[in-house]
Design a protein around this ligand. Structure first.
Ligand code: URA
Length: 208
């Protein structure tokens, strides 16, 4: 049976699929809406679909996805039992012609797309939204500028920025690194275990 949440998310998906606010929408092979358990108490949020995700329509399928899966597993979380999404629903290619590479979302793309994520969170109503990486963290939170992003990692926030602040019930926002950053750092065991610790911490808040 399709639950009320599923129906609402399907309606939202249709709006995402129709959206042409950004030029990148013309080139997206798929809108990467996000997937998983629509009743999850925890939602993990990345930056934007890369080429792998654009090709198949699901978040975190490429190299970063492998690290994400391994980290979930190390924190005893099961991917299909949680929900995974991104700030952008369309892949931002580095070059339009030919369409290839990945680049960071432009500010205007984040502003255009963020209301979709806000609506997803309003429907799913998780206890915790985990923002992975600086782009996702700054999209949801008014973080002070300057200094390394790492100083926010492991922290939780009870209020989002102007676009994200009207949540009822309130959602705790947890900050961690993007899986791609962990991948770039190779075999840094200390970093890896700190990363897993942040997943465990947010899981405990979500599941109590
Ligand atoms: N990076 C992201 O932020 N999201 C994905 O889905 C894949 C890579």
């Amino acid at each position: 049976m399709r639950t009320e949440k599923v129906v609402k998310l399907e309606e939202l998906f249709d709006k995402v699929a129709e959206c042409q606010k950004c030029m990148i929408a013309q080139y997206a092979k798929n809108r990467v809406f996000g997937d998983g358990n629509v009743s999850s108490p925890i939602v993990f949020i990345g930056e934007a679909p890369g080429m792998d995700e654009d090709a198949c329509g699901h978040p975190f399928m490429g190299k970063a996805g492998k690290i994400y899966d391994e980290t979930l597993q190390a924190a005893s979380l099961v991917r299909k039992e949680i929900f995974t999404a991104n700030i952008l629903k369309c892949h931002p290619p580095e070059q339009i012609d030919p369409v290839k590479g990945n680049r960071k979302p432009a500010v205007v793309e984040v502003i255009n797309c963020l209301p979709f994520l806000k609506r997803q969170l309003e429907i799913i109503e998780p206890k915790v939204a985990v923002v992975m990486g600086e782009t996702a963290a700054r999209a949801l939170l008014d973080l002070p500028k300057g200094g390394p992003f790492s100083r926010f990692v492991g922290e939780t926030f009870e209020q989002g920025n102007d676009i994200m602040k009207f949540w009822e019930p309130k959602i705790t926002i947890g900050v961690t690194w993007h899986p791609q950053y962990i991948g770039y750092r190779g075999d840094d065991e200390a970093l890896w275990s700190s990363y897993v610790k942040t997943f465990r911490k947010f899981k405990e808040i979500a599941y109590g």
